[in-house]
Design a protein around this ligand. Structure first.
Ligand code: IPE
Ligand code: MG
Length: 218
């Protein structure tokens, strides 16, 4: 979800207005995923590197997450969406952590769409945590396998990433789901995240549909 800041700047508005506007695009993409039968959506809301931003922006973003979880939780549940937070959420305040746990528990049996929200997430952190948890649980350490690493990731039990969409014109991974995206198709759109719409989504789906996936074969 890249481009909120630039969207706001273009309109001479504070960056946080761009983030609020970006939230509307989150609602839209959830709708499209349901409409087009996508089973899992992961949104990159806050990375382990985003702490480098000015404190005012960081605080504003966290407030926005917290408020939207409260406001949208009923709607998420009634739409049969399973909400899961990936990343190290232990850094957040106790009330926010409780809210996160509560909605995860409430929606845990929902089936229509898995919605992962990456908060204080980093792909490298994910892999390192997984390896560490494996060692902590093992008495005798032999060799670690791909399966072991998979089973300790925040996304354990879920599919690998099929399609990765990045808006905002940059073409990089920015530490997002590095392990899980090993064979992902990458789609980059110049549209800024607040301007994300069904056309961008459908174009990304067409791109995906028309790509022959070989997974290293011929
Ligand atoms: C959204 O866009 C990123 C987050 C959700 C934190 P940016 O804030 O990175 O927007 P630009 O790149 O400055 O335009
Ligand atoms: Mg950016």
């Amino acid at each position: 979800m890249d481009g909120n800041g630039r969207w706001a700047k273009k309109k001479l508005l504070p960056r946080l207005v761009g983030h609020s506007k970006g939230l509307q695009s989150v609602r839209k993409i959830i709708e499209y995923c349901i409409k087009y039968n996508v089973n899992t959506l992961t949104i990159y809301a806050f990375s382990t590197e985003n702490w480098k931003r000015p404190i005012k922006e960081v605080d504003g973003l966290i407030k926005l997450f917290s408020e939207s979880i409260s406001r949208e939780s009923k709607k998420i549940h009634s739409n049969n969406i399973k909400l899961k937070f990936i990343g190290d959420t232990s850094i957040f305040t106790e009330p926010l952590q409780l809210k996160i746990k509560e909605i995860e528990r409430e929606t845990s049996r929902n089936k229509r769409l898995i919605l992962n929200v990456a908060l204080n997430y980093g792909g490298r952190l994910d892999i390192v945590n997984s390896v560490n948890s494996f060692y902590e649980n093992q008495k005798i350490i032999k060799k670690i396998t791909e399966k072991n690493i998979n089973s300790g990731l925040y996304t354990k039990g879920q599919f690998d990433v099929d399609l990765l969409i990045r808006t905002g014109g940059q073409q990089r991974m920015s530490n997002f789901l590095l392990w899980q995206s090993a064979y992902a198709e990458l789609y980059f759109s110049k549209k800024l995240w607040p301007d994300f719409d069904e056309k961008v989504f459908v174009n990304a789906l067409y791109f995906f549909q028309n790509t022959e996936r070989k997974f290293g074969s011929i």
